[in-house]
Design a protein. Structure first.
Length: 222
């Protein structure tokens, strides 16, 4: 049973989401503002946290940053704000995904399940394996068809992020935030430099990392 925290200042929205997700077998905890969401996130280990952007006491962006200071639990933003700038603010604050209101509850549920499964992408041995590529997360080592390949720390983290999000297009901004952190002030092209190094290390399997022109990168699903 997945444990979900839903923070939204509109009682009808949070109660409706709770009823729907509970019917799907999830354990749902509610918060009506960002401040209480941060408190509850620090007290309980959730599988996913949903935050409305516009909340009293502490808005969703601020709450996300606070939560990110002590946990890597996946965070999904719920918001009526759907412009590109709004989405980038969400990702830069540490969110994993963003859904714009109004949305079908069935779509929200599928997004929740996808994010959780993605976050638990490593197997019980803390390894990610796909198409002959193996990442040992404990030893921070990468292997191609059983042979170790040398990757710098940042390159390893980018490859891990891409493999954990197979089929999902990740923009350069999100990769920067996830790998370098919020305070990084360098160029987004730093991502491109590491992608080149990863592709070189992967050799014939380099085409598994696909460039999405004008956006970023995705790890292809066969």
């Amino acid at each position: 049973m997945y444990k979900i925290l839903v923070a939204d200042d509109e009682i009808k929205i949070r109660e409706t989401i709770k009823d729907y997700l509970t019917a799907k077998g999830m354990d749902v905890t509610l918060s009506r503002d960002g401040e209480s969401a941060v408190k509850k996130a620090g007290e309980t280990a959730f599988d996913l946290i949903m935050l409305d952007v516009m909340m009293p006491k502490m808005n969703g962006i601020e709450a996300c940053r606070e939560i990110r200071s002590f946990t890597d639990t996946p965070i999904l933003f719920l918001s009526a704000l759907g412009e590109e700038e709004d989405l980038l603010k969400g990702y830069k604050s540490g969110a994993d995904d963003y859904i714009v209101k109004p949305f079908p509850l069935s779509v929200l549920t599928e997004k929740i399940l996808t994010i959780i499964k993605r976050s638990k992408g490593a197997d019980k041995d803390n390894k990610i394996e796909y198409a002959g590529i193996t990442l040992d997360l404990l030893k921070q080592k990468a292997f191609l068809d059983g042979n170790e390949i040398k990757l710098q720390s940042k390159s390893f983290s980018i490859l891990q992020l891409l493999m954990q999000n197979k089929g999902v297009v990740l923009d350069r901004e999100k990769i920067l935030v996830k790998v370098w952190g919020y305070g990084f002030e360098g160029e987004v092209r730093a991502v491109d430099t590491h992608i080149k190094k990863i592709r070189k290390a992967l050799g014939e399997k380099a085409d598994l990392i696909e460039t999405v022109i004008g956006v970023g990168y995705t790890f292809k699903e066969n």
